[in-house]
Design a protein around this ligand. Structure first.
Ligand code: KG4
Ligand code: ZN
Length: 356
């Protein structure tokens, strides 16, 4: 008898702590889904959305031979893969749907067919389990990737989103995101993708240009950086594209082959200068203590290097998520969902996706 009660006393301090931890996480996880473009993504996050327990990204390779994303091909590929990607996200996190308390999903902006695949799947999962659903704006998701990279980060800060579809600067405060400036024509990633295509390089263009640019001299060719006026926080990349086109026209095939690294390096440097110049300017104008860079182009090594140096020099905090959180993923959608009110079961059944 005595031994038994002693045993109880001994195990007591351990069990309540363990049960505490289990209860904290049980039935409280966020399942996030992202299908706005050509990546089929699902992730599982803790309740606060500050820690990803899994983050599965399936990048569709079907588009490579077209040199760009084909919307209908993207929708069909999402449809085929999403179930498997969600299952994988749950198993990677060591959990199942029983422990999920909210389903978060990207509802805008993006390719409408692709978004609808993700939204329909999210509605189905949430409805079957009588769970609430959190509709997330993809751009807010990109910014929220910074919270995963630095859970201590708090607004206010200025954020640059540079992706294949968007290039914009925001002032982020506790009450939301205010647009400070944006591209007047192509997005930065789009400019890199189009430039890569002109140079005969692969898709996506950003990494393809970076790879070739490594052996090039960025100063050999003069590429324009638009809208350099002090208080202008907009971007424009159409002049840069035209400039590359004229440089290529002036060269024959051998010349292009020889000059390729220098052309790629100059082109990439112009995009990096435009992005870093405007972000640093926005931080000064808004006296922002911290700067965040998000979106696929934030994976660019040269941009990261430039901003790290500049922010160190200016004594400002810089948060650039690791490359896998910069390109499209569902963990960032779950991170954004943590501060967005959930739509209760079953009110979200009429919810729609939007391309813009
Ligand atoms: O955010 P994201 O994955 O998808 C969109 O929402 O658009 O961004 C994709 C874009 C593409 O244009 C791609 O060329 C660019 O991000 N990108 C890069 C790098 N990795 C991806 N650009 C420059 N350097 C990179 N390392
Ligand atoms: Zn994106």
């Amino acid at each position: 008898m005595k031994a038994k009660s002693n045993e109880k006393v001994r195990i007591r301090p351990v069990y309540p702590a363990l049960i505490d931890v289990l209860m904290r996480y049980k039935n409280r996880m966020i399942l996030a889904i992202e299908t706005s473009c050509d990546d089929t993504c699902a992730a599982v996050l803790d309740e606060e959305g500050r820690h990803a327990l899994s983050n599965v990204v399936h990048t569709q390779t079907e588009h490579e031979r077209y040199g760009g994303v084909v919307p209908e091909v993207a929708s069909r590929a999402h449809l085929e893969r999403l179930d498997g990607v969600v299952e994988r996200a749950l198993s990677d996190a060591g959990t199942d749907l029983d422990e999920v308390s909210r389903v978060a999903v990207t509802v805008r902006p993006g390719l409408i067919g692709a978004l609808l695949v993700g939204l329909s799947a999210a509605k189905g999962l949430a409805f079957a389990r009588k769970l609430p659903l959190v509709p997330v704006n993809h751009l807010e998701g990109h910014v929220a990737a910074a919270y995963l990279a630095d859970p201590a980060l708090e607004p206010p800060f200025v954020a640059l989103i540079a992706s294949g579809g968007h290039t914009a600067l925001y002032s982020v405060t506790t009450s939301g995101m205010d647009l400070l400036g944006q591209t007047l024509d192509d997005a930065a990633g789009e400019a890199l993708d189009k430039g890569a295509r002109m140079l005969g390089l692969g898709f996506p263009g950003g990494p393809a240009i970076s790879k070739v640019a490594r052996d090039g001299d960025s100063a050999r060719y003069d590429f324009p950086v638009a809208l350099k006026e002090k208080n202008n926080l907009d971007f424009s990349f159409s002049g840069l594209k035209t400039s590359l086109l004229y440089k290529l026209k002036a060269l024959d095939e051998d010349g292009i082959r020889e000059e390729l690294p220098h052309l790629a390096a100059g082109y990439e440097a112009a995009v990096v200068e435009a992005l870093s110049r405007k972000l640093l300017r926005a931080a000064e104008l808004h006296d922002a203590p911290a700067l965040v860079v998000a979106g696929g182009v934030a994976a660019n090594a040269s941009l990261r290097r430039t901003l790290v140096e500049e922010c160190e020099r200016r004594g400002r905090k810089l948060v650039i998520p690791p490359p896998e959180l910069c390109t499209d993923n569902a963990a960032m959608i779950g991170a954004a969902a943590a501060s967005i009110p959930a739509v209760p079961y079953p009110d979200y059944l009429g919810l729609n996706a939007r391309s813009v």
